[in-house]
Design a protein around this ligand. Sequence first.
Ligand code: K1U
Ligand code: ZN
Length: 182
Amino acid sequence: MALREILSIPDSKLRLVSDPVTSFDDALKALIDDMFETMYDAPGIGLAAIQIGVPLRVVTMDLAKKDEPKQPQVFINPEVTWRSEEKSTYEEGCLSIPDYYEEVERPSAVKVRYFDIAGKAHEIEADGLLATCLQHEIDHTNGVLFIDYISKLKRDMVMKKFRKAAKRGHPHPPRDKKAHVV
Ligand code: K1U
Ligand code: ZN
């Protein structure tokens, strides 16, 4: 197991469309182990492989609350097969855009088809935080970030702050000057 570096915007790898997994082998298991270690360490509730620079359609997640036992979940080659007409709004964050949170509107419920670590196919219907997190992570596998759903003005301001920090060799803007744009 190894802790991996999480890429931050404006890293262009975050815009790649990831490739489907074709081999359910030990290398995939090692990648998933590293993703969980990295996600729990961050800490985060989800992680897509591209966030650690691996362009494969692999997502890890754990939506357990602080006082609950861990509930690690893995979604391989996840695909949205149905979206509800009804929408809901959630204040999202992203480990690749540290310390920036913004409300995003998405379908309230989705059906997602995916494979487990043994290569077995599943389909689930999700709502609430699971639906939000699945859509956020599946977006990562397609090179889409939650800031793509906010106003261009806010997005440009966030990108500018992170570009400036990257130029200075920092992964994110200084924490006392939050990237939150009102
Ligand atoms: O994909 C990511 O960047 C991870 C992201 C997932 C996510 C959060 C909120 C809405 C949709 C998707 C995060 O985990 S951000 C950190 C976070 O939300 C959190 C961290 C610790 C405890 C509770 C939440
Ligand atoms: Zn994210």
